[in-house]
Design a protein around this ligand. Sequence first.
Ligand code: BGP
Length: 488
Amino acid sequence: MTARTFPQDFLWGGATAANQLEGGYREDGKGISVEDCMRQHFDQDLRDYNLQNHVTLEDVKRALETEDMVNYPKRRGVDFYHHYKEDIALLGGMGFKCFRMSIAWTRIFPIGDEEEPNEAGLEFYDRVFDECRKYGIEPLVTMSHYEMPVHLALKYGGWHSRKTVDFFLRFVRTICERYKDKVKYWLTFNEIDSMIRHPFTSAGLLEDCFPGQNFEEVVFQAMHHQFVASAAAVKICHEQIPDSKVGCMLTKLTYYPYSCRPEDVKKAQDIMRSTYCYSDAQVFGEYPRFLLNYFRKNGIHIQKEPGDDELMRKYPVDFVSFSYYNSYCAAENGEGLTRSAGNTAVGFKNPYLEESQWGWQIDPMGLRISLVDLYDRYRKPLFIVENGLGAKDLLENGAVNDDYRIAYMQAHLKAVLDAIDLDGVDVMGYTCWGCIDLISESTRQISKRYGLIYVDCDDYGRGSYDRYKKRSYDWYRQVIESNGASLF
Ligand code: BGP
């Protein structure tokens, strides 16, 4: 019997985002991003996503008055800004074929509405891409990963303003032109659907900046602007970099009916349809009827400009990427059921699944189911650009024994191979989330670690910032080297 392996050109690697990784938040002319204003709440329930991520105009103003890096950990990240050579060498040591990262908009256009880019910021990413090339690593670049200049949020109302589309496209033209010989794979907006759940970090929207307005309508207007900007970014990329491939990026929220009661099945279906709306728009180039119905029923009116629909139709994405960490249950009536946490969303607890230390339900089969659903729906290549286990790690004598992370990744990768081999799904690659420890998006802790590489610092920013290979580092190197054969 021949060994089971992944496709020959499979893009193995890891994923990060500038705001969680880089630090250096004021260096070489960088401006302040929305994430630089997000506080760590040591005293609140870490499983309560909404509590952790609620933010007001007052909070942002307070953040802007201080240089504090303890309570605002995104400002320090894990100091990739100064460790990038060492870090990329470590990724190269695992045999990475691909490194997902984002370009911080605020390094290139520090406040967002200026005419000329910041040369020092552009040079930083030149150096990063050159370093990747040394190890034969293909960069996969997210154009927008929760990193808009806070100035655009405060002065223009973020993505609610049409002007933000123009500012963003200036940024896109600049980076495509500059890196056209260095970057082939691009993603437009990270988890574009997440604007519904965290509008400030996704789109610079603060409810108290829109008094007397229907805030849901504000959010959908901003979403329309991101759809248009995403299509325009595909156009720019294809024109400037003819062999480029551009993907959308969706939070894959996988819901099961809690029971086989038809009402629970319908509830799960409704939630799933509401999550697919956003990739539907980017793949099919038009608003799904589900969303149009929702607008009609809820009195939501979107302002479009002439040419918007045509642009969306003409420039769909080349592939569909997504994050997947856990699954949820849905019930029509949740009385008596236990709630469960998860990536930016909540649901009910599934009695058949175990959960992570942050209450996220571990479900490898859910990844296979998600791949099949997405492929049947879109018939486009899929790319898993985030998956992993957030856990507390213990560094002892320079070693971290993270067998639990190996078990998680092993089970999920086997599920991916089943989806490819048995279900016929076209999967381009897999980049595990936070290949090197970084600051958590939702809780802003470093102690919620995803990496295969440990970074020595704590939730207060104390530590040497030295890097250590965890046990999972060698395990993943072997998986990549054997193209998956060592999983079995
Ligand atoms: C996704 C984000 C990432 C990331 C990840 C893990 O939603 O795209 O930026 O952080 O989730 O989530 P967390 O950091 O909250 O554990």
